[in-house]
Structures are given as structure tokens and as C-alpha cells.
Write a protein that binds this ligand. Sequence first.
Ligand code: AHR
Length: 335
Amino acid sequence: MGKMRTQSVRWRAVAVLASALLVGSVAACGNSDTGGGGGSTDDGKITMGFSQVGAESGWRTANTTSIKESAAAAGIELKFDDAQQKQENQIKAIRNYIQQKVDVIAFSPVVESGWDTVLKEAKDAGIPVILTDRSVDSADKTLYKTFLGSDFVKEGRLAGEWLVEQKKTASGPVNIVELQGNTGAAPANDRKKGFGEAIAANPNLKIIASQPGDFTRAGGKQVMEQFLKANPKIDVLFAHNDDMGLGALEAITAAGKVPGKDITIITVDAVKDGMQALADGKFNFIAECSPLLGPQLMDLAKKVHAGEEVPPRIETEETTFTQEQAKEALPNRKY
Ligand code: AHR
């Protein structure tokens, strides 16, 4: 009798285990069928794999904070990787996210070219990709869902137009040096283009030297030192971001020149340190580039995960700052 009871208890246990396994495998099939990459768990939480360029500038630090805070606020689980300004690290991180079957991949591409293969791998795995901050030059626009970020050409153009206005009465040559961002990056290519097109309006304005300073203070300082050694007459510096401009300030001061007076300084970003330099009269003009992309990115992630249509390109609204405007804006500046 006792033996029979033990056997029936065993059978019941086996039946419960078998049905639990069946439910489990059906749920797993359901996840991979969503086309969202199967990263969703039963709690319905979205998992985002994010590959960040690095930590090269004040802008980047503010951007990373915005993304991390917004993911937490939106209830999105964030897997974050810092690529240290290397494309190979970004490709590796994206491949890891594909293997982990995250729901959405987002990244800010360090350079514009060379993404087709890995983007195709994500597409084949059914994982939607959102480009944020910087775009890619892939001809096949179906490799990613959307781009969220700035119009970098416009930023360069606004910087150039301001200079054209300032120098409209200049009778002789105005010598400009340019500190570019890292080679091949969308903001470096586009800001150079926009600025160059705008200053073409006045043939007196000439770029006499242009070198990458990699968007870092150290790079800006080092390249500006070389510019100063090689060129006895520099009237204007156009730096593709605040950090390179801030590094250049040290080189300019060390060379016995007064920044903002002997050399007109124009930058891009408008992070707090840049705005302070502008308010202090060391910079002369900044074209804004907003790093606060986190909230919009999380909204987009929810939409693409739900299979909703999103616009192919979403541009951030931005402005420009003179020295007077920087003094007014500084107390409320968030980054
Ligand atoms: O891609 C945005 C640019 O990257 C910012 O202007 C610069 O500061 C950053 O490093």
C-alpha cells in the first residue's frame, strides 16, 4: 500500500515538472517570435544594449548621464559599453548585444563608415537599431530604424555665418585655424563642411591650418601649440567642440596671447565649462549641440519595440550663444 502511494506521488511530481517545462518552452518560443530579439522577459521589460563612443569630452559625459538616467526613469534595462573612441570596440559590443538577444540596440558611431556588416547582423537577428548623436553613411537605410541627434552641418554653418558678420569690414586676410574632431566622425566632417561653406561668402576668410584634436582638451592644447609655432599670425580659432577650445586656451595663454581678444575663438557644444569661458570673454561664440538625448531615445526604443513607425530622422532643437547670452544662460545651464 505504502509502496503504491509513493509511486503515485512520484508520477504526480513528474507530471507537474513536465507541464512546467512545456509552459516554459512555449513562453521561450513566444519571445523569439516577437522579432524583438527575444530579450523580453515575462515582466515585459525592454532591454537596450547601448554602445557609447567614449568619455572624451564634457558633452559626452553629459550624454552618458542623460542616457543612464532616462533608461532608469523609463523602466528600460540598460546594458552600457564605453568603446573608448574605437570602432572595433563598438562592433564587438554590438555583436555581444546580438548574442544576448537584447530588444533594442542603440549606439553613437565613433566614425561614419564601416558599419554595414554588423548592422546587417542585427537586422538578420530581428533586433532594431537606433542611431543616436552621430549617424552612419550606409546606403541601405533599412539597416537602422531612425537617427536621433543634431544637424552638425548647421552648427558649422552658424559658426561660420557669425564670423562672416564679425569680419565684414576686414580689409585684409583673416587667418583661421581649425581644430577638428576625430577623423571620420560625422560631427568633424559636417562641422568642417558647414563652416567652410559659410565663410566662402568672404574671400578674406582663409583656413590656414586644420588638424584633428580628437574632441579632447589634451588634443586641443597639443595641436594649438603646433599651430602657434608654425603660424605667426592667427586671427581666429574654430574648434569643433568646447573641450578642444578649452585645451587651446592654455596653449594661447602660454604663447603670450590673450584668448578672445588677440585670437577670436568659436566653438561648438555649449557645455558649462565652455559657457563659462564665453561669459569670461575667453571664447567669442558657441554653436549649441545638445547632449540631452536620453528621454527621446527611450521613447523611440519603446516605439520601435512595439513595432510602431518612427520618423527616419529626428533633429534636436539648438541655438547659439554670444558672450552676453552666455552670462544670462549660465546660472540655469544643466550640463
Ligand atoms: O558627437 C557629438 C560630439 O562629440 C560633441 O560635439 C563633442 O564634444 C563630442 O565629443
